[in-house]
Design a protein around this ligand. Structure first.
Ligand SMILES: Cc1ncc(COP(=O)(O)O)c(C=O)c1O
Length: 365
């Protein structure tokens, strides 16, 4: 830390992103919930001719993209906000929409408490139940902006629309931010509730279901007044946070609904294949509706399972947190990657069983 660093931020524990390997080795990369598929074909087409336009600043209003998103979700462009990844959308929410502090589950997206500490927002973590589910009743009577990832991370478990509506109706003066980063893989979106609840803000990302993690694009949907607040915050920080290439890529991705559906369907099918195979090997899993699984392998800690998969060339994510030390989070990849994961897990477990039985390992290569 330099002597110039603000000591009020000295205790900041930054978010640790998943590993992005640079070396030549070909990993099966299932650690950061990216898409195994390329972006929609139209994305490459628009980017191929876009270099000249980089001379100019991007449209700070993100007008064309907001229009396309509004049309896709049957809202008005004034109900849509765009920023540099949903992380930036969320940053603005924590910075400017939490005058009474923030509330979120004790197990959720690890960036929420980091934002709070960065921006000096008081927060309470509300424990999930033993099955990692949110109990809406636990939020009754508590003040502060609620942040709910739905489906949640890293459990993949989703609240029903009725449960989200319960939270919204508990207190109409309390804002509920529903982070729908993973909603396209089988959960119900809360967007339909916007017409009745002006205390709802929904965030989404292009990083997962639209295969544009590297483009950094996130959206928020809410009342025109809430969106105007987010615009105020963005224009007080970086009006150009969404670059030209990303605006074009986002628009092109939104236009190809068939490709979007095909990718989501393939990921859900690969998730079902992986979940069934892992259960067959004796693993414990949550009922994930996201593009990842939370998996505990029998007889192995999460750290040991992660290390063994790494040795087999497969990267997954382990979180050193009290309630999930038995688990790893495995992103859903291609069918081939899921088959490789199952084969590696079978070998790891067989090796473990052979050691436990005192026999020489049969897979010690
Ligand atoms: C629950 C949740 N919300 C938001 C994000 C941020 O996504 P991005 O900034 O790539 O849009 C992530 C990323 O993994 C996430 O897991």
């Amino acid at each position: 830390m330099s002597r110039f660093f603000d000591q009020r931020l000295a205790a900041l524990a930054p978010y640790t992103p998943g590993e992005q390997p640079r070396e030549a080795r070909r990993w099966i990369k299932l650690n950061t919930n990216e898409s195994p598929f390329p972006p929609a074909p139209g994305v490459a087409a628009v980017l191929a001719t876009a270099a000249d336009s980089l001379r100019l600043y991007p449209d700070p209003t993100c007008g064309a993209l907001r229009q396309a998103a509004a049309a896709r979700y049957r809202l008005s462009p004034q109900q849509v906000f765009a920023a540099n990844g949903s992380d930036e959308v969320l940053a603005f929410c924590f910075r400017g929409l939490c005058p009474q502090g923030a509330l979120f589950p004790d197990l959720t997206y690890g960036f929420y408490p980091v934002f709070c500490r960065m921006f000096g927002v008081r927060y309470q973590e509300v424990p999930l139940d033993d099955a990692f589910c949110v109990r809406p009743a636990d939020y009754q009577g508590r003040a502060g902006t609620i942040f709910l990832a739905n489906p949640n991370a890293p459990s993949g478990l989703a609240l029903s629309l009725a449960q989200i509506e319960t939270l919204l109706a508990q207190d109409r003066e309390r804002l509920v931010v529903v982070d729908e980063a993973y909603v396209d893989f089988g959960a119900e979106s809360a967007l339909g509730l916007l017409a009745r609840y002006d205390n709802l803000l929904v965030t989404q990302t292009f990083s997962k279901s639209r295969a544009l993690a590297g483009g950094r694009l996130g959206l928020a949907f809410g009342s025109e007044a809430l969106i105007a607040d987010l615009e105020r915050l963005k224009y007080s920080f970086n009006p150009y946070s969404v670059n030209r290439l990303t605006l074009l890529a986002g628009e092109a991705a939104l236009q190809d609904e068939a490709y979007f559906r095909a990718c989501c369907d393939a990921i859900m099918a690969n998730r079902a294949l992986a979940a069934e195979g892992l259960r067959g090997l004796g693993c414990r899993l949550t009922e994930s509706l996201a593009n990842f699984l939370l998996v505990a392998a029998p007889g192995l800690s999460g750290a040991a399972y992660q290390a063994a998969l790494r040795e087999a060339g497969i990267l997954v994510r382990y979180f050193d947190q009290p309630r999930i030390r038995d688990y790893v989070r495995i992103s859903i990849g291609s069918r081939e990657e899921m088959l490789a994961l199952l084969a590696a897990t079978r070998q790891i477990l067989e090796r473990g069983n052979a050691h436990a039985a005192g026999k020489p390992g049969t897979h010690d290569e």
